[in-house]
Design a binder for this molecule. Structure first.
Ligand SMILES: *Cc1c(COP(=O)(O)O)cnc(C)c1O
Length: 381
């Protein structure tokens, strides 16, 4: 059997930066939450993306949870959320006792469709229940088209939480993905573009939000000698060991993006003469971080997404479908959904026709050529 090729797996720096920071944590016995790596990781990441402040947390999901809480989301509220995403984008809406309303994607960005968002706002206004926040997801490394979304949210004075779990390092019109909304979040889960094995970060230019998040994440402990609590707390803080891995990974983030882009370009070139295959559109409003290379098959293609996934799996190569939209999930299907198209919603269409291809930065050129050959063979039969 071939050595397994992954969709995206942890890739530590060749220089051993991560180990160095972790070693320092051991040597100084900062094997505890908090400590210099945590503070420095926050500073370094905030600097990288160009925001005033950051709060290092135990996961991207925790960051969304506390981010929505910081925006005032509470029981009985409504929160708009992109439907084409991972469930962690919207689970925290339910943790807070609020109701999600799902918004379709558009064709060009795969992300939140401004027209569908407008319909949802108009409906909410009519029913006298505007959302408390809008969760905008930046899928597979590409930013949503933020300007029209910002304009609508400003018109209705509703804040944006940018779920940039997959898009760290990507840009939109010169600004870093995750820094355009009121609050942004990143994930350092094992398969993300950089990883700490598990972790997340909340960023904002409003320090009140990140300070509040750090406070809640450390059990809402008041500044007293004894343990004094005036609010419900959470154990959501990132540990000093984990933050050490993050500091090392941040040093190679630009290398990882360059490699991910090369992987995407190689697929694009490799499938150029296969009419039924289209690579995910990359918009010219910014740079993607190309976290995953995603392709779609034409609707009438004889080869189906499952054929590709099975062909790859038989060679021990990982691939997977595009995220199943949240409004189709059994657990969320009772909640409202807005789309601007009369045809099949874009999110459903991409789910039906898409395949996430192996995009591991440790994959060799030869391995990728092999993947391309395997897929092309399916069209020759
Ligand atoms: C990974 C991911 C998350 C959750 O991050 P965790 O660190 O795994 O909790 C949230 N949203 C999206 C879009 C993701 O891909």
């Amino acid at each position: 059997m071939n050595e397994r090729i992954y969709l995206a797996s942890p890739h530590m720096s060749e220089q051993g930066y991560e180990e160095q920071y972790v070693k320092e944590a051991f040597e100084t016995n900062w094997v505890a939450p908090l400590g210099p790596n945590v503070t420095n990781f926050e500073k370094e990441l905030a600097q990288y993306v160009g925001v005033k402040s950051a709060s290092a947390l135990s996961s991207g999901t925790a960051a969304i949870h506390l981010g929505l809480k910081a925006l005032g989301v509470t029981t009985g509220d409504v929160v708009f959320c992109s439907t084409l995403t991972f469930s962690a984008s919207c689970n925290p809406i339910l943790y807070l006792g609020a109701t999600p309303v799902f918004i379709d994607s558009n064709a060009l960005t795969w992300n939140m469709c401004p027209k569908a968002l407008k319909l949802a706002f108009e409906n909410a206004e009519k029913n006298n229940q505007l959302p408390k926040a809008v969760v905008v997801v930046n899928l597979y490394g590409q930013s949503a088209d933020m300007d029209p979304i910002l304009e609508l949210c400003q018109q209705y004075t509703v804040p944006i939480l940018e779920d940039a779990a997959e898009s760290l390092g990507a840009t939109y019109k010169g600004r870093m993905s995750g820094t355009i909304g009121d609050i942004g979040i990143y994930s350092f889960n094992g398969n993300k573009i950089i990883t700490t094995s598990g972790g997340g970060m909340m960023v904002s230019n409003n320090e009140d939000y990140t300070k509040k998040a750090t406070f809640w994440a450390t059990q809402s402990r008041e500044a007293e000698r004894h343990y004094e609590h005036k609010e419900i707390g959470y154990n959501y803080r990132m540990s000093n060991v984990v933050a050490g891995i993050g500091r090392g990974q941040l040093k190679v983030l630009n290398d990882r993006i360059a490699k991910k882009k090369e992987i995407y370009e190689t697929y694009k070139e490799g499938f150029r003469d296969i009419e039924d295959i289209q690579m995910m559109n990359i918009c010219d409003f910014g740079e993607s971080n190309y976290w995953l290379s995603v392709m779609t098959l034409k609707e009438d293609s004889k080869v189906k997404p499952l054929d590709i996934m099975l062909a790859l799996e038989s060679e021990n190569i990982e691939s997977r479908p595009v995220w199943k939209p949240m409004h189709l999930q059994p657990v969320f299907k009772q909640y409202p959904f807005f789309t601007a198209t009369k045809e099949i919603p874009f999110s459903e269409d991409y789910f039906n026709r898409g395949v996430c291809l192996p995009s591991d930065t440790k994959m060799t050129k030869e391995q990728q050529e092999f993947i391309i050959k395997l897929i092309k063979q399916l069209f020759e039969q």
